[in-house]
Design a protein around this ligand. Structure first.
Ligand SMILES: [Zn+2]
Length: 279
């Protein structure tokens, strides 16, 4: 799933090719992917893109007076830059935006749930952005980590977009590993030193991820994004810090990867999927 670093770098690449380009066509290709009724998407036609930015995991194309267009790739949405633009309707197509003198943008969906979506918002309407928590780089997030009394597990609250926006399961795993904290640790249970370590770790994994993502070119088009996580999705391989074998805990929708030596004082956490397989 694309997280803050992928989406930030993608917004920068889109800004480079689309800023100043006039929108001349919108092809809604996917069923129910457009989440707004008014303003009509056509109201953006004939207007230039003033800039492309990112908020949380949303891409924001700003058209100024007629409003903004938001794109969210969700779990398995991908974005293609088509130069020259195509007329085809590939499987899983969500929407195609055509611009004068710039590549077209095609969003495609490779997943089956929590699908990629788009919104057209009038000026002043924040739509889905309204419910989002602060960005990880903000003072508000620092305050929450250093002094908050949230009793949920850190892994859970990092992935909750209403608490902090832009972090998903990949960077949550890597941040906890970097901070040497258990994936089961609750924020309220952490002392000042651990909280400071956690804040640094979250920001550092996102910063490193962004630096790597800025080396990518074009859209965000490979079904496998080829992220270079330190521990996420690497259970069974050696911990990059201590060489102990990384373990995982599996949930319905995701799995958590951790190092028992670096993060849980040698304790291997129960994994329901593993025990089911053993039976
Ligand atoms: Zn380790």
């Amino acid at each position: 799933m694309p997280e803050l670093p992928q989406m930030q770098a993608l917004s920068e690449r889109l800004g480079t090719v689309l800023t100043g380009a006039v929108l001349e066509g919108i092809e809604p290709l996917g069923f129910s992917a457009l989440k707004t009724v008014t303003p009509a998407p056509e109201s953006l036609l004939g207007h230039p893109v003033l800039g492309v930015s990112r908020r949380a995991k949303y891409l924001v194309l700003d058209f100024g007076e007629p409003g903004r267009l938001l794109l969210h790739l969700s779990q398995a949405g991908r974005l293609y830059l088509e130069d020259p633009p195509k007329r085809t309707r590939a499987k899983g197509s969500v929407v195609r935006l055509r611009f004068a003198g710039a590549p077209a943008v095609l969003v495609r969906e490779y997943g089956t749930e929590r699908k990629a979506a788009w919104w057209v918002l009038a000026p002043g309407d924040d739509g889905p952005l309204e419910r989002l928590g602060p960005e990880p780089a903000s003072d508000e997030f620092a305050e929450l980590v250093l002094r908050g009394d949230d009793r949920r597990r850190v892994h859970t609250l990092l992935r909750d977009q209403r608490t902090v926006s832009g972090v998903g399961r990949g960077y949550a795993d890597d941040a906890l590993w970097r901070a040497q904290l258990s994936p089961y640790a609750s924020l309220a249970s952490l002392d000042d030193e651990a909280r400071a370590r956690l804040l640094d770790a979250v920001r550092a994994v996102l910063r490193d991820g962004l630096e790597r993502e800025r080396g990518r070119t074009g859209g965000l088009s490979q079904p496998k994004l080829g992220e270079h996580f330190e521990v996420h999705a690497r259970s069974g391989t050696p911990c990059p810090r201590c060489e102990e074998t990384l373990r995982r805990v599996s949930y319905e929708s995701h799995e958590v990867t951790y190092c028992p030596n670096c993060q849980t004082g040698g304790k291997v956490l129960a994994d329901r999927r593993m025990s089911r397989l053993v039976k």
